[in-house]
Design a protein around this ligand. Structure first.
Ligand code: GLY
Ligand code: MN
Length: 463
């Protein structure tokens, strides 16, 4: 946990931002796998962690703006809990660690909320993403759960996004800690990517690296020889010479800050000429994008720059043709690069996605495009110092999409479908790094994880 002053400052700032009302942050509950006593690993709600820091279930944080009170609702343990779970500090002691002096048992929450409603105060809360939170809100507020969801406070969402987007040094340090373990996950995968091994053996090994460090993974590992399937969580294939292995994985630190890195490895440790050519197109796009990062530039413009670099690279390989400015403008490159350049990262790997992507990545100056490809861009708005963003372009050969577009004669002025057929079995390449926006420009987070073809081949050659 950070110093208690950090949590107090964050809550005070929220009071200034919202001016009036009662703010509720509902912490998460244990989530059962197959029966209540057998839960998934507990993961606290990220906004609760940000403002109230305590990392255990069944808590509600409240901020009474008008009365200038910060309160934590939660129950002290009883003798049965102590028998099964061991000694636990009191709620008062735990709340004190995050600068909160007022605590009440959970059954006092309803009364507090009712009183606030009677006094005409607005109840501010974030959109629920777990059914039990939805149910709790619905009961507390006396409305059905759809209505409770709809009434989430836009003022609170906007205020939380404004705070959580800008990382302080302590948060960047945590992301670096997560990154150091992620580096080991990726170099291990590079060494293991030999013909005959199963994806699951590598995925299990690298997840084990995160867990044995006392961390977790920041999202389910994507480790696949079918990298053309963007979020492929299947790990049952055996690695074969001639395939590329996409490894998109990251650790989550003990304080729940994420790292998110992608590397693409040639099975057997040597890129073929064809693989290397596509890999260099992606590498060039990624480096161009990273070099463009600085305050006040729109991430959408960086996305488009990466898309143009990819399109030009593919034109050199005769996969695309014609005017690449026009091709990118019309979205033809999305046959090969059908997703966005990246997202914010912090306490969530897709930071604050539960609050609504458009509140996080867009604003009044920039609205989401509905063009295929760029429509998936999670972060389009201007970058600011303190933002941590991912930069993750890719080139993929997706047979179903190729067939669809070819059948529709789509973008025949920009796409050389005959040549594309030669890459049908290619798979995909994605490269991803995490970048801090600084006053001067940017800083790639963490030590370099092997990335050039030579660096990857060198690590892959070691045991
Ligand atoms: N690393 C997975 C994603 O960014 O969606
Ligand atoms: Mn990512």
């Amino acid at each position: 946990m950070f110093d208690s002053a950090i949590y107090t400052q964050r809550r005070n700032r929220l009071k200034e931002q919202l001016e009036s009302g009662l703010i509720l942050f509902l912490g998460n509950e244990e989530s059962p796998m197959n029966y209540p006593g057998n839960p998934y690993r507990f993961r606290q709600d990220s906004s609760f962690l940000y403002f109230f820091g305590l990392d255990f279930p069944s808590l509600v944080g409240a901020i009474d703006i008008d009365g200038n009170r910060d309160i934590i609702f939660g129950n002290d343990v009883d003798i049965e809990d102590i028998i099964w779970m061991g000694f636990q500090p009191s709620m008062k002691e735990r709340a004190g660690e995050v600068g909160v002096s007022e605590t009440f048992p959970l059954d006092k929450l309803e009364e507090t909320v009712k009183q606030a409603i009677q006094q005409g105060k607005k109840i501010h809360y974030l959109p629920p993403y777990r059914p039990e939170t939805e149910l709790k809100l619905s009961r507390l507020l006396g409305m059905d759960s759809d209505e409770a969801k709809k009434n989430a406070s836009v003022e609170l969402i906007t205020a939380v996004v404004a705070q959580r987007s800008v990382k302080i040094k302590e948060e960047v340090d945590e992301i670096e800690i997560a990154h150091a373990v992620t580096l080991e996950m990726h170099t291990t995968a590079m060494r293991m990517a030999k013909p005959g091994i199963y994806e699951k053996e590598i995925a299990g090994k690298i997840e084990g690296i995160a867990l044995s460090s006392g961390f977790n993974i920041s999202f389910p590992i994507i480790l696949t020889i079918n990298g053309q399937i963007l979020h492929n969580h299947y790990h049952g294939n055996v690695l074969k010479e001639g395939r590329l292995l996409v490894n998109d994985s990251g650790a989550e630190s003990a304080l729940h800050y994420a790292a998110d890195i992608t590397r693409t490895i040639p099975v057997g440790g040597k890129f073929t000429q064809k693989q290397r050519e596509i890999y260099e197109v992606v590498l060039n796009a990624q480096e161009t994008a990273i070099q463009s990062i600085r305050p006040d530039i729109k991430n959408k413009d960086i996305h488009l720059k990466a898309a143009k670099t990819i399109a030009e690279g593919l034109k050199e390989l005769e996969l695309m043709k014609g005017d690449m400015d026009e091709a990118v403008n019309e979205g033809a490159h999305a046959l090969f690069f059908p997703h966005g350049l990246g997202h914010m990262m912090g306490l969530d790997v897709h930071d604050m996605e539960d609050l609504g992507e458009d509140y996080v990545g867009y604003d009044e100056n920039i609205k989401r495009s509905d063009q295929f490809g760029i429509a998936y861009l999670r972060l389009a708005k201007e970058l600011q110092p303190g933002y941590v963003v991912t930069v993750e372009p890719g080139v993929y050969f997706i047979p179903a999409l190729i067939d669809k577009w070819k059948g529709e004669n789509k973008f025949t002025q920009f796409i050389n479908y005959e040549k594309v057929e030669d890459y049908r079995e290619f798979g995909g390449v994605r490269l991803e790094d995490d970048v801090l926006v600084t006053e001067e420009g940017h800083q790639v987070i963490g030590k370099t994880i092997p990335k050039t073809p030579e660096e990857v081949e060198e690590i892959a050659a070691t045991d």
